[in-house]
Design a binder for this molecule. Structure first.
Ligand SMILES: Cc1cc2nc3c(=O)[nH]c(=O)nc-3n(C[C@H](O)[C@H](O)[C@H](O)COP(=O)(O)O)c2cc1C
Length: 341
């Protein structure tokens, strides 16, 4: 779900090299929807950057969550949580520019329109949740014509480290108050579908046709509902976004609680068609072959094996290494990648 690429709006508008290097799309057949996320603090800049990427993306998102000090010092990311009128003006201007360029910005009305483009915002929460409620109220605008298509909430404050569990109570209050007005997505601690720190109708396979039989079952949810830790139910949550866990297990939304070898194979075969820099390939593979973020700590490769993988210096050696490990461990077929490249 989190197929985003964050870039400063200024870079995108002013620098063609930044545009080309940071936004690369496949022209090979229909592509999955991609949302381009910007760090921005000026309505016209965000609006212009959005019109430049609109031909190549399904929507644009504004990052109001990045806590890094350099970003906040430039009034980007989480610093925008103190600038709700500015954020409102940025999304209004962006929708207006997109509309003028002929894109469909009618939210639900344009979901199936090939020219439909979304405008959304990703936020953190404040220590005083009333400030977050004011922020959302301002950014949403009128209920008959709200300013954004959806809202992603990362229920931690700017100061909360990501090792601290998300604030589920805050998420419950916000989804209860705003979940009927705008689709709300959660970003944070989505580690596996059967270890979420809340219950939700989203996890009912009957409501989520894309989840497979390996998905969460009611059994799994029931198991977590112990008297010691009653889980909150979030009936108005509309979607989930994962960052750290999906790096380690890209099959998370297919219902796997640890990365299957098949995901490694799929990644490698995609690489044959759409190459990535070698170091990036190694980084993704070492995430995928290590223990994931959820309770299942099975790893596809041991630490020494991952180190050996990282010591490969080229793609051919890496493919040989993975083939050998797959054979050793009985992980399915060889990649046959050398036959492709
Ligand atoms: C490697 C990495 C890159 C991230 N990049 C972005 C980003 O560009 N924009 C953003 O809004 N959040 C970004 N985040 C934050 C995540 O979207 C997310 O809010 C946070 O990691 C908590 O979710 P998680 O528990 O699923 O990791 C990033 C996180 C990680 C680990």
């Amino acid at each position: 779900m989190e197929a985003t690429s964050e870039r400063s709006n200024q870079d995108i508008v002013q620098n063609r090299f930044a545009r080309d290097s940071d936004l690369t799309i496949s022209t090979n057949g229909p592509q999955p929807p991609t949302v381009v996320q910007f760090g921005a603090n000026d309505p016209k800049e965000l609006a212009r950057a959005s019109t430049l990427v609109a031909p190549y993306a399904g929507g644009v998102d504004l990052n109001c969550g990045c806590p890094q000090s350099w970003a906040c010092a430039e009034t980007l990311g989480a610093a925008l949580m103190e600038k709700r009128e500015l954020v409102r003006d940025m999304v209004i201007e962006t929708r207006e520019y997109l509309r003028r360029d002929g894109w469909g910005v009618g939210k639900e009305r344009d979901v199936d329109n090939p020219k439909g483009r979304s405008v959304s915002v990703k936020i953190r929460v404040h220590k005083d949740l009333r400030k977050t409620m004011d922020f959302i109220t301002t950014v949403l605008g009128p209920s008959q014509d709200r300013h954004i298509d959806w809202l992603t909430i990362h229920p931690r404050t700017r100061q909360t480290p990501s090792s601290t569990p998300i604030n589920v109570e805050a998420l419950e209050i916000l989804t209860t108050n705003f979940g009927d007005k705008v689709p709300i997505l959660l970003s944070g601690d989505v580690f596996t579908l059967n270890s979420l720190p809340f219950t939700s109708p989203l996890l009912d396979p009957a409501n989520t046709p894309t989840l497979t039989s390996k998905s969460i079952t009611t059994d799994n949810v029931e198991k977590k509902k112990t008297p010691q830790s009653p889980l909150l139910n979030l009936p108005k949550l509309s979607g989930l976004m994962s960052a750290r866990a999906i790096l380690a297990n890209p099959a998370l939304y297919a219902g796997y609680d640890a990365c299957p070898w098949e995901a490694v194979e799929t990644f490698m075969s995609h690489l044959a068609r759409a190459p990535l820099p070698f170091k990036l390939v190694q980084h993704h593979l070492s995430e995928m072959c290590a223990p994931g973020m959820g309770p299942n700590k099975n790893a596809l490769l041991s630490k020494p094996e991952r180190n050996a993988m990282l010591s490969c210096t080229n793609m051919v050696d890496l493919v040989d290494f993975l083939d050998e490990k797959a054979r050793e461990k009985g992980y399915g077929d060889e990649f046959g990648l050398r036959r492709v490249v």
